[in-house]
Design a binder for this molecule. Structure first.
Ligand code: ZN
Length: 70
């Protein structure tokens, strides 16, 4: 019998046999906690739940805004 050890990225749950690859994967993910987030809102009549229709995110260490749509 062979016992195998896997390392799992805590962000995307991908398994790696190589610990360095798993650490590299985790390090590559951009975290929201330290990002600057701006919402794009519409009127009460058009979006009654009040949630933004678009969100712009600027991750730490980057000067580029990335837009996410609902
Ligand atoms: Zn990952």
């Amino acid at each position: 019998m062979v016992t195998k050890t896997l390392y799992t990225c805590q962000f995307c749950n991908t398994d790696y046999a190589d610990k360095e690859k798993a650490m590299e994967c985790e390090k590559n993910h951009k975290v929201l906690g330290t990002a600057t987030i701006m919402g794009d809102y519409k009127s009460l009549k058009s979006i009654p739940d009040g949630c933004p229709t678009k969100i712009k995110v600027k991750f730490m260490g980057s000067d580029k805004w990335i837009e996410y749509k609902r």
